[in-house]
Design a protein around this ligand. Sequence first.
Ligand code: HSE
Length: 311
Amino acid sequence: MKAVRVRVPATTANLGPAFDAVGMALDLYNEITVSESYQPAVEVRGEGSGSLQGGASNLVYRAAASAAEQAGRHIPPLRIECTNRIPLARGMGSSAAAIVGGIVAANALLQLNLDCDAMLALAAQMEGHPDNVSPALLGGVVASVLDSGGKVRHIRLPAPEDLTAVLAIPDYHLSTSEARAALPEMVSLRDAVFNVSRTALLIGALHSGRHDLMAIAMDDRLHQPYRASLVPGLSNVLRSAVEAGACGAAMSGAGPSVIAFCSCSVGTDVARVADAMARAFNEAGVSCSTLLAKPTESGALATAEHLPTLA
Ligand code: HSE
């Protein structure tokens, strides 16, 4: 019997000002193995075992079914095994990984012949915004625009090798829908200009290795100020990271995690940055874990597996 294994990375979106526009793949991976079966079944190990839905309503399953539907095919019953390492509802792209993983797995297993643009458009439609799904599929740093036809127009930059990411991950969940509900309908022109100019600087800084500009380039007025009430200690965590030597810091995606980038070439003490971030969260009454990750070139990758035939 044939099976496909997909490895899909965690992602950090927004990077401060680039709300719904820019994301980066990180070298923390979920693995999904998909094979045809007699009835729909989803088994989850690691993050989300015991809480994620186990049948055809599971997000990985639904993404696989949507991919088949997009290709005009009826999906056969699938058995899906997920080994999850990306923490759930923490702003590290767990839902994007599930969606992209399901689509890429179905495309490979069922030979749907969806090209990259078709998979990206479907993933962005399911997720509601393209900034996590683009780097989850393509790796690296991806700037994405959803055009009026639902197509994701994107530019991919290489993963910045010189940066190490420090993540402070609070011990509570924050759903993206709750974090988006905190945002205003309208913003001022001044705040829009603040973010547009920083987003441009951020892309330039990442492209040219000008990490000395990251602190100013990662500042934001469009979402973090409104979400701060959902992430106690946020502003102190951001400040502590930079004071401890990080070249820039921001809420990771919709939070509650915070990501700080440290430049390897200036020899930043990443453990000191992680300690400072954890201490700032703790002082606000939030317990958290910390994690080091590298930006990665690897997007979702499918490989064929051969399952032993049952006697
Ligand atoms: N850009 C999204 C947000 C990322 O900030 O709501 C969350 O998935």
